[in-house]
Design a protein. Structure first.
Length: 191
């Protein structure tokens, strides 16, 4: 995955490609180009485009479900907005088709996220960092081999990130221990 990012994407789009997030088996990038899909056509051997519309020029089933090939979560419809609140808590917004919108909220049942959480909720929590949303749903629990239905209320969306330092703009972050954070601390000490 890192080889693809550094040897392919960063070579093709040196200062026009920025990494939005990574996960165990995925990455999300913001790429500035005139036509991403025509760029993909030049190197289709890296991509699984089997989830594209069948009339799309880059549609192909050659790399369907092949390990190590990258596919688009939204198919041939490009997302217009990304909101990443924390690890495994993000939303990709596709304006024309709500079915292609992709939302993840770790620890919250998938059907709850699919039916009740909207992209706009992610945006509101990001813009108002003190804002959070709660979710209430029912689930089965087994205690001493007795199965029962319980109602659970959990923190659903939250912009607080305990593993990274959030910069003043409320959007960009740095890892704790980053060299520029030490410079910030030193600057504040002299004031």
């Amino acid at each position: 995955m890192y080889k693809f990012y550094y040897d392919h994407l960063k070579v093709k789009y040196p200062d026009r490609c920025s990494l939005l997030f990574t996960d165990t088996d995925s990455l999300c990038c913001e790429i500035h180009t005139d036509d991403l899909y025509s760029d993909m056509g030049a190197s289709l051997d890296h991509y699984d485009t089997s989830n594209f519309a069948q009339d799309h020029p880059q549609y192909s089933t050659t790399n369907r479900r092949v390990l190590g090939k990258f596919n688009s979560e939204t198919g041939s419809d490009a997302p217009s907005e990304f909101v990443g609140l924390r690890a495994k808590m993000y939303s990709l917004y596709v304006p024309r088709t709500l079915i292609k919108c992709h939302k993840k909220a770790k620890g919250i049942q998938k059907h709850y996220v699919r039916n009740r959480v909207r992209h706009q909720h992610f945006v509101e929590v990001l813009r108002n960092a003190r804002s959070t949303t709660m979710s209430t749903f029912r689930t089965f629990r087994s205690t001493n081999h007795v199965v029962s239905t319980v109602e659970i209320t959990k923190l659903c969306l939250c912009a607080f990130h305990d593993k990274r330092y959030i910069l003043d703009d409320g959007v960009h972050t740095l890892a704790y221990g980053h060299f520029s954070l030490n410079a910030r601390v030193n600057c504040y000490c002299f004031v």
